[in-house]
Design a protein around this ligand. Structure first.
Ligand code: ZN
Length: 173
């Protein structure tokens, strides 16, 4: 049961809880679409809570850019930062659990929340080289404390990575 102050806060339209699962699932599917077309199959979206729409969506471009830091989450956060976007009213969605670099960037950028599909543990099981530090652990050591929604649309992202694994490529995130 929400108290009066919660109800007042919700009128400001900046609460993650106010965003329907349908909108966030749609945002995640956009990230999944760019991941499907990427040379490294990872995608991220930044959802604008105020405008209730995806503001930016980017794939991993480490191969194309010869930039080992060009993870999907870094690319989408950079795109928003270059537009002077206030990230504190954005949700970062990623097809896979953000690595420590990307989780840290989300804290530094002060995004409101993170939602991700496939876990680092599952990626490792599938043969991806990963730093095995959960995003929630990185977030727990940061400030502001970002809300984390793991396993978001995981049924679809896991299926994507399982199918990808049958292809003749692979490697690190
Ligand atoms: Zn990363």
């Amino acid at each position: 049961m929400k108290n009066d102050s919660d109800q007042f806060a919700s009128t400001k339209l900046d609460r993650v809880d106010d965003i329907s699962d349908e909108l966030l699932e749609s945002a995640m599917r956009q990230a999944l679409e760019v991941a499907m077309r990427a040379r490294r199959p990872f995608g991220a979206a930044l959802f604008d809570i105020t405008r209730r729409r995806v503001a930016y969506c980017r794939p991993n471009t480490t191969r194309e850019d010869h930039d080992p830091f060009a993870h999907a989450e870094m690319n989408v956060l950079r795109a928003a930062a270059q537009s002077d976007s206030d990230l504190s009213n954005h949700i970062l969605l990623s097809t896979a659990e953000p690595c420590p670099m990307c989780a840290s960037a989300a804290i530094i950028g002060q995004v409101k929340a993170i939602a991700f599909g496939t876990s680092i543990a599952t990626l490792v099981q599938l043969g991806w080289r990963q730093i095995q530090l959960p995003a929630a652990t990185v977030i727990a050591h940061g400030s502001p404390r970002i809300e984390v929604r793991p396993h978001f649309l995981e049924s679809e992202t896991d299926l994507f990575y399982q199918r990808y694994q049958t292809q003749p490529y692979g490697g690190e995130q």
